[in-house]
Write a protein that binds this ligand. Structure first.
Ligand code: SIN
Length: 310
């Protein structure tokens, strides 16, 4: 049986549904190139700000038995670095520019420049970084999110996407979906960013394991898979004419399959990529193909969004 794991969406073609989550293997040109040369189906940059940022004090990432906790604080090279990378980018593999201005004006400045350059790369506007001390996640403020999307749609008259924080209540899924559905240029949402402000404690030292924010940080990996799947599922249903990109807890073909079954168009890999490196893409793709073969599916469309409920 011949299998086809390619994805065509928004005029782009990905040979595999898997790519990196913003934040992992994407801060420097060298890291981005590793993803570009890997089996990943696309490449996304680190969320960029107007100016370069060193990020939060170390230690700011820790692997745990169930995944990871991080409070990186948006370390990045500044948006011009990523625009330069995008200008030189010459690959059929889609490129996404993750944007996370420290203010809405900063985000608009970055998007205005991106639009002027007419680069074939799609912005993923980050509404959900949980790691900026004193700055709440925009995606949890529905009115402020609507205001930001209004301004972005006015200034950047092209398709774009947003990265959302996890939501935990049907009322919040519905409220955010109502906001998102009002913006036709918003073509995709990435669900989810890390589950913000968890606390991992080391029993022996009786200490938090990361330094910023008194130890609070975003959780990824096994901790977040069911939350990620719920967000993918709910937004896939509520945002009928938009794409949902799944992110959270993918470490094998099984979780990638679940994200697509829940409705994901494509699937990002974060914690597992951080731990394993870009060879994770080959492995996960091969595992996904084996699951599809065993179930008799030839294409991702054969099962995408077809979650059964009891
Ligand atoms: C970070 O740099 O703190 C992570 C970015 C994010 O979670 O949006």
């Amino acid at each position: 049986m011949s299998l086809n794991l390619s994805v065509s969406w928004l005029g782009m073609k990905m040979s595999s549904p898997l790519f990196n989550a913003s934040g992992v293997y994407c801060r420097t040109r060298e890291e981005l190139e590793q993803v570009r040369r890997s089996a990943a189906g696309a490449v996304v940059t680190k969320s960029c700000t107007l100016e370069p940022r060193a990020g939060n004090p170390e230690p700011r990432y820790r692997r745990t038995a169930l995944g990871s906790i991080n409070s990186m604080g948006l370390p990045n090279e500044g948006y011009r670095y990523y625009l330069d990378y995008a200008q030189a980018y010459d690959d059929a593999k889609p490129l996404f520019l993750s944007v996370s201005g420290m203010t809405l004006d900063d985000t608009l400045t970055i998007l205005t420049e991106l639009a002027a350059l007419k680069l074939p790369c799609l912005p993923e506007v980050n509404l959900s970084c949980p790691n900026l001390p004193g700055k709440p996640q925009l995606g949890y403020d529905f009115a402020a999110s609507a205001e930001a999307l209004e301004a972005i749609s006015r200034r950047y008259a092209r398709p774009f996407g947003v990265k959302l924080p996890p939501y935990f209540d049907p009322a919040h899924f519905a409220a955010m979906a109502a906001v998102l559905n009002a913006f036709p240029l918003l073509r995709f949402v990435t669900c989810i960013n890390s589950v913000g402000n968890g606390l991992v404690i080391d029993l022996d030292s009786e200490s938090a394991v990361i330094k910023p924010k008194g130890g609070l940080g975003g959780l990824g990996g096994d901790y977040v898979l069911p939350t990620a799947l719920a967000n993918v599922r709910e937004f896939a249903v509520l945002l009928a004419d938009k794409h949902v990109i799944g992110c959270g807890g993918v470490k094998s073909g099984a979780e990638a399959f679940m994200h697509i079954l829940a409705g994901a168009t494509a699937v990002q890999v974060g914690t597992c990529l951080h731990e394993e490196g870009v060879s994770a893409f080959d492995r996960i793709e091969a595992e996904l193909a084996a699951i599809m073969q065993a179930k008799g599916y030839q294409r991702l469309e054969d099962f995408r969004g077809r979650l059964k409920t009891l």
